[in-house]
Design a protein around this ligand. Structure first.
Ligand code: MN
Length: 291
C-alpha cells in the first residue's frame, strides 16, 4: 500500500498573548493569522518558570458550544466547575472538557518550582451537539497509553488509535487524534491520518523534516505546522531529536459565530448565550435541555 504523505501547507509562528486574568501564552490558532482551522478553534501553548506569568490564572468563566482540551507538561492547574467537578491537572495529565450547552469553570495554575507548562486546544462541536450535556474526561498521566514505534518514536496516545492502541479519551464527536510524539535523533515517525481529516503538528522541542513525494520541509520549534492533504505523515530527524503534538479531526463544514468563550453557528445563538449569562440561566440543566 503506498501512502500519500502530507506536505506542509502553512507554518504558523506562535504569537504572545495575554489571557484570563493575566496569563502569558503563545497562540497559534484562533488569532489573526489563522482564526479557524475547522474543527480547531484555538491552540495555546503556555510555559513559564515565572509565577507572575501564570498565577493570575483563569477565574470562573463560561463556555458554550465547544470542547476544551488541556494537556499539561509541567506544574499543576486546579480546576472546578458548576457541575461540581474539581481536581488537579498535573504534568502529563489531560482534561478533555465538552462544554456543550453551558458550563462555568475556573482553571488556576499553581505556583510550583518547576513553573507551569502545557497546551489548550479548542475543538468545535457540530450544531447538533452544541447544546449537549457538559462532560469531563479527566485522564491522569499513568492512564495515557505509550507506544514505541519502529523508527524509535515514543508516542503518548491521548486520543485516536496507533497500531491497535486506543487513546485514553474516547467518544468525541470529531473523531480526533491527539498524540504527543518524541522522535530521537536519526529516527523516523510515520502515522496514518484519514484523508478527510484536518491535521496539524505543533513542534515544541527540537527540529525535524517532513518528508513527502515532492521533497522535504524543515520544521523547527515552536511552530504550528498545518499539514496539506494526504493520508499519512512522515517526520524524520537528523542530529537533533524532535517532540511535537500531532492533532487531527474531521472538519464540520458549518458556519461559525464566535465570541470569546462561546462558539455557535449564528449571531442569534451568541446573543442567547449572553442573555442567558445575564439572566443567570446559562448553565446546562436537564430541564433546559428538554424544553
Ligand atoms: Mn476555560
Amino acid at each position: 500500500m503506498s501512502q500519500h504523505y502530507r506536505k506542509v501547507q502553512t507554518i504558523i509562528e506562535p504569537k504572545p498573548v495575554m489571557e484570563g486574568a493575566g496569563v502569558r501564552l503563545k497562540r497559534s490558532l484562533g488569532g489573526e493569522e489563522l482564526n479557524y482551522l475547522d474543527p480547531f478553534l484555538l491552540f495555546d501553548h503556555f510555559g513559564s518558570p515565572h509565577a507572575e506569568d501564570y498565577q493570575a490564572g483563569f477565574p470562573m468563566h463560561p463556555h458554550r458550544g465547544i470542547e476544551t482540551v488541556t494537556y499539561m507538561l509541567a506544574g499543576e492547574v486546579e480546576h472546578r466547575d458548576t457541575l461540581g467537578n474539581e481536581g488537579t491537572i498535573a504534568a502529563g495529565d489531560v482534561q478533555w472538557m465538552t462544554a456543550g450547552g453551558g458550563i462555568l469553570h475556573e482553571e488556576m495554575p499553581q505556583v510550583r518550582p518547576e513553573g507551569n507548562a502545557g497546551f489548550q486546544l479548542w475543538v468545535n462541536l457540530p450544531a447538533k451537539l452544541k447544546m449537549t450535556q457538559p462532560r469531563y474526561q479527566d485522564i491522569s498521566s499513568n492512564n495515557i497509553p505509550e507506544v514505541t514505534l519502529e523508527g524509535g518514536a515514543n508516542v503518548r496516545v491521548i486520543a485516536g488509535n496507533i497500531e491497535g492502541t486506543d487513546g485514553a479519551v474516547n467518544d468525541i464527536a470529531a473523531n480526533p487524534t491527539y498524540l504527543d510524539v518524541s522522535v530521537p535523533s536519526h529516527g523516523s515517525f510515520v502515522q496514518t491520518i484519514p484523508q478527510d481529516h484536518t491535521a496539524f503538528a505543533y513542534v515544541f522541542e527540537g527540529k525535524g523534516t517532513i518528508v513527502h513525494a515532492e521533497g522535504q520541509d524543515w520544521v523547527t520549534s515552536p511552530r504550528l505546522i498545518v499539514l496539506d492533504e494526504g493520508d499519512a505523515v512522515k517526520i524524520v530527524t537528523a542530529e537533533e531529536p524532535i517532540r511535537f503534538l500531532l492533532v487531527s479531526a474531521k472538519p464540520l463544514g458549518e458556519p461559525i459565530a464566535r465570541y470569546g468563550p462561546f462558539v455557535m453557528n449564528t449571531q442569534e445563538e451568541i446573543q442567547e448565550a449572553l442573555t442567558d449569562l445575564r439572566k443567570g440561566t446559562f448553565i446546562w440543566t436537564e430541564e433546559k435541555a428538554l424544553s
